[in-house]
Design a protein around this ligand. Structure first.
Ligand SMILES: [Zn+2]
Length: 501
């Protein structure tokens, strides 16, 4: 009987499936993961019991098999060493170690000293002031710090190139200077887990009594994320906040900078309040752990998970032509599925291809991104009207741009059309148009028009305001239009970070 035969076949098929995979769930596509990055700003070098608080948190997580990241201040690491707290160091070493500045709140803090410096001088000064603490953390914890995050909201764009050159792959913190709708992103050559939306909503209130509300919020985030392809929750704590009555660094509030002998030790909170804090943390973490798709990740794991797919990718001529054809006068990053490209990377690829067009030796094997290219050091000249130049000038300007990229690893603030400087975003749109036309086999045009364009990714950088820099440690009213302007120039490097599937 045909019907029976068909039934038997189906039965067979189902049996085979079950035999191949006893777990029927394995037949479904992998469910979307919810990654949780737990990190601790380990910074209080004044109140001794904060050492024990850090140890207790690290030991609890180790016991639960949950990996976390401890961002340690240089002076905190040296203090642990001076106090012979090898037990605390050993407990933290079982997790990933990050870096959280050399002295944190002693003045001048990073944004204060960077606010007077340009791009190059700011990078050099960051290294002079902060590298010694980075080396101390590495020496004391026997682990290269995987990430950095600024003290308070003392953020500055000049910190990115030095961090990359020290081998740091991740900027891990919370503030609002730059952000991509709460998602992980690349900026300044580093993976940024920064300016996220969910983690800050899971933080304790002042008396740590909102555990149930936080659990409810977490469940909602989990449900949203698992039904939308997955996501990342970045959640931070300070070991000191579990026990203190006020932050250790209020010693340095509103620009105060007392010498060491005048540092005050603030009292501990009552024991029941301290226990409530640990209870909040432990219960929230255990609750998160109970969800099947939750995976806790450290800084190095995040770096691997979001490793930049554009790095090492060989871009074929047709791929570059397609990228070029999508260029708009509103210059934005391009999300190409498995990888994304920043405006700086698009300009680099196009200039690489123009320097060695298809057909020249070695060019047909594809173009790769040779190095990190930062944004300009200085604002660009204004272009209000389109300019027209002969092809010969345009071609020489392309070669000049290519040489600049090779030498400076940076977008120039102006591309020179002979005696006339134009903004790099306007030049990018023009070069993209030519690259897209080239694909169609057309000869170079006699004349090229460079029209006004705009760097759309600037919208991901916050405007300067006193609220952006609201940290009680800053001198009253501190803000910096200069730092925000430099940050906007680095919007050339911004693009989404994609999970490697
Ligand atoms: Zn801090």
């Amino acid at each position: 009987m045909r019907r029976l035969a068909l039934f038997s076949c189906i039965t067979c098929f189902v049996t085979v499936l079950v035999l191949i995979s006893p777990n029927a769930r394995a037949q479904r596509p992998a469910a979307a993961k919810v990654y949780v990055a737990l990190w601790f700003d380990t910074e209080d070098y004044i109140l001794p019991p904060s050492d024990d608080a850090a140890k207790r948190l690290a030991a609890f997580l180790t016991e639960q098999g949950i990996p976390a990241t401890f961002k340690v201040v240089g002076e905190k690491a040296r203090t642990l060493e001076r106090r012979h707290r090898t037990d605390v160091i050993a407990a933290l070493q079982k997790h990933a170690i990050g870096y959280h500045s050399n002295t944190h709140s002693q003045h001048p803090t990073p944004a204060e000293y960077e606010s007077l410096l340009d791009w190059e001088a700011g990078a050099a000064e960051f290294t002079r002031r902060e590298r010694p603490g980075f080396d101390d953390v590495q020496r004391i914890f026997q682990q290269k710090p995987c990430c950095y995050g600024q003290p308070g909201s003392s953020w500055a764009p000049q910190t990115f190139p030095p961090l990359a050159s020290w081998g740091v792959g991740l900027y891990l913190d919370e503030a609002e200077h730059v952000g991509l709708n709460g998602q992980p992103f690349y900026y300044g050559g580093l993976l940024n887990i920064f300016n996220t939306k969910e983690g800050p909503q899971l933080r304790p209130n002042d008396d740590w009594t909102n555990l149930e509300e936080s659990k409810t919020k977490f469940r909602q985030f989990y449900e949203q994320m698992t039904s939308n392809g997955g996501g990342l929750i970045s959640l931070y704590f300070h070991p000191c906040e579990f026990i203190h009555s006020q932050f250790w660094d209020m010693n340095f509030a509103h620009g105060a900078n007392p010498p060491r002998e005048q540092w005050q030790i603030f009292p501990l909170r009552p024991p029941d309040s301290r226990e409530r804090a640990f209870y909040y943390f432990e219960q929230l973490v255990l609750y998160m752990k109970s969800f099947p798709q939750v995976q806790f990740i450290t800084g190095p794991q995040a770096i691997r998970l979001y490793a930049d797919g554009a790095r090492g990718h060989k871009f074929s001529a047709s791929e570059i032509a397609e990228i070029a054809s999508q260029m708009e006068p509103e210059v934005d990053f391009q999300d190409r599925g498995t990888y994304a490209l920043s405006p700086a990377e698009i300009l680099t690829l196009l200039s690489e291809q123009m320097a060695a067009p298809p057909g020249t030796p070695g060019a047909d094997s594809g173009v790769t991104l040779p190095f990190t290219v930062y944004g300009p050091s200085l604002p660009s000249p204004q272009l209000t009207e389109p300019v027209e130049v002969p092809w010969s000038q345009f071609a020489r300007s392309v070669r000049d741009l290519h040489s600049f990229l090779q030498h400076k690893h940076q977008i120039p603030s102006a591309v020179w059309l002979g005696s006339e400087p134009v903004p790099p975003e306007a030049f990018l749109v023009a070069i993209a148009k030519i690259a897209a036309e080239n694909k169609k086999g057309r000869a170079p045009p006699e004349k090229v028009i460079i029209a006004p364009a705009r760097l759309a990714t600037e919208k991901y950088v916050a405007a300067d305001s006193p609220e952006l820099w609201s940290w009680p440690i800053f001198p009253q009213g501190f803000h910096s239009e200069h730092l925000v302007e430099l940050a906007r120039l680095q919007a050339w490097t911004l693009k989404p970070a994609k999970v490697n599937k």
